[in-house]
Design a protein around this ligand. Sequence first.
Ligand code: NAP
Length: 339
Amino acid sequence: MPTVSSGKVLVTGASGYVASWVVRTLLEQGYSVRATVRSESKASHLRTIFSAYGDKLEFAIVEDMVKVGAFDDAVKGVDAIEHVASPCHTQADDPDELIVPAVNGVLHVLESARDYGASVKRIVMTSSCAAILERHDTPRVFTEADWNEQTLSDVKLNGRGADQLSKYMASKVLAERAAWDFVSKHKGEIGWDLVVLNPPWILGPVITEAKNAESMNSSMNVWYQIVLQNAINTKTEGQSWIDVRDLADAHVLALQKEEAEGNRIIVAEGTWKWQDWINAARICGVKASNSDSPYDAKKGIHYIAFDTTKAKQLLGMKYRSRQQCTTDIIEDFKARSWI
Ligand code: NAP
């Protein structure tokens, strides 16, 4: 399949944390972008911050991607699609509040691309390490061969009573599976290929229109609460992470690298515990949360880690450091007078 190194790219959920960086990175690299947002008012902030790019940026209103045919017009004439939109929070009562938009959202993108996307060559989907990892009481390194079955069992058995994270994680497993199944079922009818990116926690500066720290997206809101507000007592817990700007680069590289075709790719800088971020914030000279207990980063046990060989081989991924990420977050928060 030819790679997409220029032309017009459709980005879904452009008013979101990750997608706004994907839009920015595409524009910086010379692509034109058609950005989907749910209302005209959600487009106005993006019009302002990207005004220098003029008519290289256009908008398509997709109020609700659950509706059949939601992307039929949006896919027309684009060379590639970055499907980033999906509900990303842990506040759902019924798991279907997350699962239905996640699964139907991606299926509707793929159906529209099949039926109306004659010029589309590649679709990149933002999945998650949530679709891969399972919680264990012994350390484990996960690879792209792993699928999170654990979370599906929790949601199936417990429904509304399932763990909040399980509801979100199940939506990512089911959406990614639906995408791969669609491609395999419709192989003869589609002129494009699929690449799936699986990032863990995504952190870094915010360019969306957040009026206050609490209205940032979920992952950055949790970072703010734990690292700077001493709000949640989980400082020795951790996982793995990627800087949002590196993830945006990965989305563009996934369009450009022919060999990425048909792959799910874990993109992750490395492991952390909350205390590592608190230490990094202190180096920036801000008042960070109190430590739970002394923590030696070199001796810390990480129960969930990821093999990122594929991202290096297929995309040539390079990652910002935790300190760089923290410094840039703090600068951003200071500029917004949040700290
Ligand atoms: P976000 O800021 O909440 O962005 C989600 C976007 O999806 C928003 O633009 C939202 O629009 C849109 N959306 C949700 N439901 C929709 C619907 N029914 N119809 C149309 N648009 C809809 O979250 P994010 O952190 O950027 O997440 C982006 C992607 O990264 C998601 O696929 C998420 O699962 C994945 N991911 C995130 C993390 C993380 O740590 N943040 C980690 C791994 C993977 P509105 O805001 O207008 O509702």
